[in-house]
Write a protein that binds this ligand. Structure first.
Ligand code: SAH
Length: 340
């Protein structure tokens, strides 16, 4: 059955026209779906009964059912949701003093199979629909207990391998009739999937959201060892696209850098990363490696992280270290998988 949350305001208007309902009903439905996070038709209160019955026989409101809700000592939450076709996915809520960030999954499984990441360990199943992307946000908002101020597409999957649904979801998250979040508060993180990146940079119909590249090594050979699928997508193709995105007057690029002790945290690595960051006018976000089953790597110590960070800063690169949230409930970066 179709899900109402796959529809944007134009789709809803077209639906109203088809059903001979006045077009302001589209705004009413959007209000219930995207502002009030409706879960059921009984939540859609101000619609005439006849129209509601028609909607009920053709559409569903929820595409995900809550299955588990884990709370970390550090305040973050991991939600396990079940799709209508019986698969599980994970969504994380990370509160901080000034923000509430929801980390959305974009695919069931991931094709990229990075050696350090749990999400690629199982099979790739399918892309998530627009409704499933947005339902993660609506369900997280309903349970977070704090306002959601930021959305990051950094959960399971490669967002730019699901551009069609990603773009529509971004439009709805940004729209004033939708979730109404500013473009600076929305971040897409990519492994460097060039076909999708090309479409992303070209796309005129999405707001200028933030873009992060998962770099993880300045050296293509080493990067391909960590991220085997990277051999299909050369950094030489990725960098010009990132520069173009930046130059289009859009946003500063972030380079995410997974720091693995003794693997990619030497001073010459810092030199390489700094060269790339300066070329892209990018800032760097260091992520300490989080333990993943069957993965032999180790996280660096706090001192080692800081040393690497100083190595970048002294070379003129703005660098932050990501606080790793939720590792006690396996909700941290790289720990999301198909089963909770
Ligand atoms: N596919 C996208 C988004 C999902 S991964 C991407 O690659 O960017 C989100 C971030 O978590 C990426 O930077 C990813 O490399 C990082 N990550 C994956 N496994 C990790 C681990 N074990 N520890 C820390 N970060 C990890």
């Amino acid at each position: 059955m179709h899900n109402l949350r796959n529809l944007d305001i134009e789709d809803l208007r077209a639906l109203c026209r088809k059903e001979k309902e006045p077009s302001y009903r589209a705004a009413q439905i959007a209000d219930w779906l995207y502002r009030k996070d409706a879960r059921d038709f009984s939540d859609l209160k101000n619609l005439p009964a006849g129209f509601l019955d028609k909607l009920r026989s053709n559409f569903s409101v929820s595409s995900l059912a809550p299955a588990k809700d884990l709370r970390s000592k550090d305040g973050s939450r991991k939600f396990l949701f079940k799709t209508n076709d019986g698969h599980f996915l994970e969504t994380v809520f990370i509160p901080s003093r000034s923000r509430g960030t929801v980390c959305l999954s974009t695919q069931l499984g991931c094709k990229m199979k990075c050696v350090f990441c749990a999400s690629g360990k199982g099979p790739f199943i399918r892309n998530l629909s627009v409704a499933e992307l947005l339902d993660q946000l609506s369900l997280a908002r309903r349970s977070a207990g704090k306002p959601v101020t930021n959305v990051v597409f950094m959960g399971m999957g490669e967002p730019l391998d699901n551009v069609h649904n990603l773009f529509k979801a971004i439009r709805i998250i940004h729209a004033p009739w939708g979730y109404n979040l500013g473009s600076r508060r929305i971040t897409v993180s990519t492994f460097g999937f060039t076909p999708g990146l090309r479409q992303f940079v070209k796309e005129k119909n999405i707001p200028p959201v933030r873009l992060s590249l998962s770099l993880h090594s300045p050296d293509p050979v080493k990067r391909e060892k960590l991220m085997p699928a990277a051999r299909h997508f050369s950094l030489d193709d990725i960098f010009p696209l990132l520069r173009k995105y930046h130059e289009l007057g859009k946003r500063e690029i972030t380079l995410e850098y997974l720091t693995i002790a003794g693997v990619n945290d030497s001073d010459s690595d810092a030199e390489g990363v700094a060269r790339i960051a300066r070329f892209l006018k990018a800032k760097v976000n260091l992520i300490p490696f989080n333990a993943v089953e069957k993965c032999k790597y180790h996280p660096p110590s706090v001192d080692e992280m800081e040393k690497f960070s100083r190595g970048l800063e002294t070379r003129g690169v703005r660098t932050t270290i990501r606080r790793s949230a939720g590792s006690d409930i396996h909700a941290a970066c790289g720990q999301l998988r198909l089963k909770g």
